[in-house]
Design a protein around this ligand. Structure first.
Ligand SMILES: Cc1cc2nc3c(=O)[nH]c(=O)nc-3n(C[C@H](O)[C@H](O)[C@H](O)COP(=O)(O)OP(=O)(O)OC[C@H]3O[C@@H](n4cnc5c(N)ncnc54)[C@H](O)[C@@H]3O)c2cc1C
Length: 392
């Protein structure tokens, strides 16, 4: 059986970011690394957006916005994003960038196979694909899919069932369908994204439209919910059609579609890590629980993980629980019991608050004083009730 120092089961965002960081650090050139993924990562399967001031992966940012709109049925506010910019990266550009870097290193290999099992056996681990088996010192797992169900008895394996079946930490899903369209009419402002537009019917949920214009006639429009249950495909698409009509578009062509379902939860994913197996990405709780944003978090966490790997060997020590985890927990407690309140909560935050402080807060980089500036704008009674609910 071929042996590796590190095997990545799943080679999407978090795995590729971690490998990228390993390569950049230059400290892992003597380590053998195997990346395994059931998907060859050769298609543009998602669009990543994030706000940033440090030009993260700048060479592949395909569009930047300096302004973003926040709206509901009563108001419409244009947020000046400086010092941040809202950036868009096409999934395929990211995969190509990292795989090009990987191809320059002989110690890293990619295998396009489906992982069917992995386990820790004392001082080493075993990974099985449909075709082969490998041993390694460490596994970095980002597979978080239902079809790992049969393995869920193993402590280190995490799948959505494990999170769904517990009740201590609410699970909400950020689910959406997006259409990238080209319209006849020039209705979009290419310099201004629509971050959240809650003017769409809420229907007892937290529902909004997210619009990323790339020219006056082209945009990605995503009908998005933060809620427990998914909708039928037709329901998302009907709402996108309505929104397009309300923009005054009479003729358009759908260029591309995307869809997603991102877990939003404070579930302590790290408890499934063992000495030699770590869960990373959404499987490791790297998704920001209150927003579903993962790209920037994955960048921070992968840097921290690579730093950790240089000196530590026990993955159970790699986790942190801080005030932001608790803030997110309170918000999710509210949204899971009163899902219709999302528009009210996000609107109160964005109506007058400083967008710089809000984005810094969502990046988990604010001081207590800045936290209060954001929290003070939110409906206090709701959060105090949620706080009491958690304490008692
Ligand atoms: C359409 C879409 C748009 C998104 N947009 C944003 C955004 O704008 N901003 C943001 O911050 N976040 C966004 N996200 C959320 C998040 O950034 C992504 O989901 C991100 O890809 C999560 O990274 P990951 O490494 O956890 O999982 P993934 O990138 O999904 O990687 C997991 C990998 O495991 C592989 N795999 C699964 N099962 C097996 C198996 N049995 N064997 C082998 N391989 C397997 C998959 O093929 C996949 O490549 C979006 C998500 C989606 C789906």
């Amino acid at each position: 059986m071929q042996h590796y120092h590190y095997i990545f089961t799943g080679s999407g965002l978090s795995a590729l970011m971690t490998v990228y960081e390993m390569l950049v650090s230059g400290k892992f050139d003597d380590k053998s690394i195997l990346l395994i993924d059931a998907n060859a990562k050769k298609v543009n399967d998602r669009t990543w957006c994030f706000w940033d001031e440090n030009n993260l992966f700048d060479e592949i940012v395909s569009k930047k916005w300096n302004q973003a709109v926040f709206a509901n049925e009563k108001f419409n506010r244009v947020l000046e994003l400086a010092p941040y910019q809202y950036n868009k990266i096409n999934g395929l550009d990211f995969y190509e960038l990292v795989f090009k870097k990987i191809s320059e290193h002989k110690n890293i290999h990619f295998l396009n196979q489906k992982v069917v099992d992995f386990t820790e056996l004392g001082n080493h681990c075993v990974v099985k694909t449909k075709e082969e088996s490998f041993t390694c010192n460490k596994i970095l797992n980002s597979i978080y899919t239902q079809d790992q169900r049969s393995n869920c008895m193993e402590h280190s394996r995490i799948n959505p069932e494990v999170v769904i079946s517990q009740t201590k930490f609410p699970l909400i899903q950020q689910h959406f369908i997006g259409w990238f369209i080209k319209s006849k009419e020039a209705v979009f402002s290419p310099n201004c994204a629509t971050f959240m537009d809650f003017s769409v019917e809420q229907k007892g949920n937290t529902r909004f439209m997210y619009v990323l214009p790339t020219s006056s006639t082209e945009a990605l429009l995503e009908y998005t919910l933060f809620s427990k249950d998914l909708l039928l495909k037709e329901e998302y698409e009907l709402e996108i059609q309505k929104y397009i009509q309300n923009l005054g578009i009479t003729e358009y062509e759908i260029i591309e579609k995307e869809q997603g379902n991102i877990p939003m939860t404070c579930y302590p994913f790290w408890k499934h890590n063992t000495k030699n197996i770590i869960n990373i990405g959404s499987a490791g709780g790297w998704t920001k629980a209150s927003t579903g944003y993962t790209f920037k978090n994955a960048s921070k966490k992968s840097k921290a993980l690579v730093q950790f790997l240089k000196s530590e060997t026990d993955f159970t020590k790699f986790h942190k629980k801080d005030k932001f985890w608790f803030y997110d927990l309170l918000l999710l407690d509210i949204l899971s019991s009163k899902n219709e309140l999302g528009s009210k909560i996000f609107s109160s935050m964005f109506k007058k608050g400083s967008s710089t402080v809000i984005f810094k807060f969502l990046d988990e980089e604010t001081s207590i004083w800045e936290d209060l500036q954001v929290i003070w704008k939110c409906p206090k009674i709701l959060f105090i009730k949620a706080l009491f609910g958690r304490i008692f």
